[in-house]
Every structure is written in structure tokens, then in C-alpha cells.
Design a protein. Structure first.
Length: 178
């Protein structure tokens, strides 16, 4: 039975795996994900971190251990994949990424409080969000991630929010089904 399940998973995954072996597909996917933004239609230069990344988790709801575990899994995966120095820190003053786990009823106000800006945040339809601060030479200097845990759980997207938002603040800020 295990052999059959393994064979089926390979058969169904083969089209996806084959796409990543196609250089043209990877280039197109990179342009869509890295050179665009989720909320505008402009083309942007590559944005990346030059300094070590330090993530502070701001627990404003329960389940601290779960949120820390999910975040740790993703930053460890990203550190391995990119070779970039990424670690959790216990002091917000040491962090250049603040990751806030909050409630849906508070997340808009807390986002505006933690990231004061004249721009309007695109909350409508979003389950979670992230913002990056980029220098004129396209270096990412800081980021904010806000996840309303109750909304993310209601939609079955808590882990997906952690993965997506941390990955986006690494300099891959766009979504794509392609």
C-alpha cells in the first residue's frame, strides 16, 4: 500500500516538478514573484536584505508556543534555502522584522500603529499582511508582519500566512497562482 501511495504521489507531482526544471518557467515565475508587488501593478527592482535578519514575535493572543514553532520552522527553512543569517530574538529593539500575532478586531489599528504611513493598507480581502521598508538602493531594512490569528484559523490559513508573509518580506513580495 505504501508503494502504491508513493507511486501516485510521484505521478501527480511530476507535472509540478517538471515545471521547476524548465528554465523559462523559473525565470517567468521569478519575475512575477520578485519584481512585482501584491498590491500594485508596477515593476520593481530586486529588493533584498544585506544585513542579518532578526525576527521578534509580538504575541498579542494566546498560543505563543504554536506561533513560535511555526515561525521557527519557516525561518529555518528560509535560512537553509538562502544561506542568509535569520534568527529569532527576544527583544524588539534587536529586531528588523516584527511579527505580530493578533485578533481580527484589532489588526487594522495595530498595523497602522506599528507602521505609520500616509498610504492606505489593503485590508479588504486580506487574511494576513506584511510591509517592507526599502532604501533607495533597494536594500530591505525592516519589515512588519501582522497575522490576525482568529481570521487565519477560520480560513484554515494560519501556517500559510506564516510561510507567505515571512517569504514575502525576504524580497519575494508578490502572489501568483502560476
Amino acid at each position: 500500500r505504501h508503494w502504491v501511495l508513493g507511486l501516485l504521489s510521484v505521478v501527480f507531482a511530476a507535472p509540478t516538478l517538471a515545471a521547476w526544471d524548465d528554465t523559462a518557467y523559473v525565470k517567468k515565475a521569478f519575475k512575477i514573484i520578485a519584481l512585482n508587488n501584491e498590491y500594485d501593478d508596477k515593476t520593481h527592482p530586486i529588493r533584498k536584505w544585506h544585513q542579518p535578519i532578526r525576527v521578534f514575535i509580538d504575541h498579542r493572543v494566546g498560543d505563543d508556543k504554536l506561533h513560535t514553532m511555526l515561525t521557527t520552522i519557516q525561518i529555518n527553512d528560509l535560512a537553509r534555502a538562502t544561506g542568509h543569517d535569520i534568527k529569532l530574538v527576544d527583544d524588539s529593539e534587536e529586531a528588523n522584522i516584527r511579527m505580530v500575532f493578533t485578533r481580527q478586531g484589532r489588526w487594522q489599528d495595530e498595523t497602522r500603529e506599528l507602521w505609520p504611513t500616509a498610504e492606505n493598507f489593503p485590508f479588504h480581502g486580506a487574511i494576513c499582511m506584511a510591509h517592507i521598508s526599502v532604501t533607495p538602493n533597494t536594500e530591505i531594512r525592516k519589515a512588519l508582519i501582522v497575522i490576525p490569528v482568529d481570521l487565519a484559523r477560520e480560513r484554515g490559513k494560519l501556517f500559510a500566512c506564516v510561510v507567505e508573509e515571512i517569504t514575502q518580506v525576504m524580497g519575494l513580495p508578490n502572489d501568483s497562482d502560476k
